[in-house]
Design a protein around this ligand. Structure first.
Ligand SMILES: [Fe+2]
Length: 438
């Protein structure tokens, strides 16, 4: 039997194959019931190694590492007489689930060179939250583009590969090409949450706030709340409501879909998106009650105790700093992660300085992280947290003109939004002056 990508799979039971193909597509498309569908596959064939690997990956997406390890053990146990591709697939995911990141990355790149259409393996490196995205290396955005561009000829018109290539193009600034490709991807599979996500990022990058929120709110209506992108797409919608100045809608979205007590997605998304929308809201002039910061600080302390991924670390540090939990924030300075600790430390100190109202210190610390904050991981839209935090400190210091210039220099498409309290009047004045010069 074969999977959807034409690779041989070692089950002889049609139901096991059918559930497997469905489950892989659910994972690639960010849809709900990933774990349940892989479970149905291995229930139909308890000797199907790749079914257990997929189950392990599904649990990993949910942050349930105990269940992921247990499923991976089952995969190893039944991995007998596999062909070279399946054996390599099991080995690569075995390393990944064991937390051996560097060895897993090497095994995955070798595997993908040999079997580029093994989408479940290829997926581990294709997005801003993947192994390249979180590598901490300079140039990782270009590397994801090179990686997805190299996959593209092997897949042709495949909705998943198109969506990953489009995201990389978007993050590298090729918005026209990204837009054409994501439209094709969504035409092939309108239910792909990764496709809707990339479409939303393109609207964000082009400053199409009204168009973006209309599109996304409509798309979200039919999206399963258990899909791993539900909380994050809701973050995009909340951010757009904020940029439109519709604070009531932003709160509704946070309290329905984003904050820890309501979100059902992966913990990394719950932490980073909640902390992010709170501070983006503060920058836009909204007061965030201290209890909300304490709630997200406690969540970070529960699930992200050890500094590890730069992107997670800076959001945990933000939550702790704004909750007044400075000892917890200091951990990211005193025990920095090995890949991006040099960037996390000044950002964590900056958030503590912001929380204490030391705006001058905060501005200097944030400036030191601006040159290449892409190393931290995450998307450009997410890292606007840092861009706008710096602008916020400059406004507090009365350096409005400097803030305005930096915004127009680095994120001009967002200049017309309500992202920064106090800067809108200046930007309108700027536009008027430019018009009179003409
Ligand atoms: Fe996003």
């Amino acid at each position: 039997m074969k999977d959807r990508f034409d690779y041989q799979i070692s089950t002889t039971i049609p139901a096991a194959r059918d559930h497997y193909v469905d489950a892989v597509d659910r994972l690639l498309g960010g849809r709900g019931e990933i774990v349940e569908t892989f479970e149905a596959s291995v229930t139909a064939d308890p000797g199907f190694a790749l079914g257990f690997v997929g189950l392990a990956r599904g649990h990993q997406f949910n942050g349930d590492m105990a269940a992921a390890k247990s499923a991976m053990n089952n995969a190893h146990t039944v991995a007998k007489n596999l062909d070279a591709r399946e054996q390599s697939h099991v080995n690569a995911f075995g390393l990944l689930i064991d937390g051996k990141g560097a060895e897993a990355y090497a095994a995955i790149r070798t595997h993908v060179d040999e079997y580029p259409r093994d989408a479940l393996v290829a997926q581990t490196c294709s997005s801003v939250f993947g192994l390249i995205g979180f590598s901490g290396q300079p140039g990782r955005e270009a590397e994801i583009l090179a990686y997805t561009a190299a996959l593209f000829p092997h897949y042709g018109e495949d909705w998943w590969c198109l969506s990953q290539y489009a995201f990389a193009l978007c993050e590298n600034g090729n918005l026209a090409k990204a837009s054409a490709i994501i439209d094709k991807s969504l035409e092939l599979n309108p239910l792909n949450a990764n496709g809707a996500h990339v479409r939303s990022h393109i609207y964000y990058e082009t400053g199409e706030t009204d168009l973006g929120i209309r599109y996304l709110v409509d798309w979200l209506k039919s999206y399963d709340r258990t899909g791993y992108l539900h909380g994050h797409l809701s973050w995009h919608a909340a951010l757009w409501s904020l940029e439109q100045g519709d604070v009531e809608k932003m709160w509704h979205r946070i309290d329905t879909d984003i904050k820890p007590s309501v979100a059902q997605g992966p913990q990394i998304i719950v932490l980073t998106d909640t902390a992010s929308i709170y501070y983006r809201a503060e920058l836009a002039g909204v007061t965030i009650p201290k209890e909300r910061w304490i709630e997200i600080s406690n969540y970070a302390a529960r699930f992200f105790t050890i500094p590890s991924i730069g992107f997670t670390d800076i959001h945990a540090a933000l939550a702790h700093a704004m909750a007044g939990n400075y000892d917890a924030a200091a951990k990211f300075v005193n025990s920095p992660n090995s890949l991006t600790g040099d960037l996390v430390a000044p950002v964590a100190r900056a958030f503590c300085a912001i929380s204490r109202g030391r705006w001058h210190d905060a501005a200097n610390l944030l400036v030191s992280a601006m040159a290449d904050h892409a190393r931290l991981g995450g998307s450009r839209a997410q890292r606007d947290l840092l861009e706008f935090s710096l602008l916020g400190t400059l406004l507090k210091l009365g350096k409005d003109e400097e803030a305005k210039r930096i915004l127009l220099l680095r994120r001009p498409a967002l200049a017309a939004t309500h992202s920064l309290h106090g800067l809108n009047a200046h930007l309108k004045e700027n536009a008027k002056q430019n018009a009179s010069l003409v």
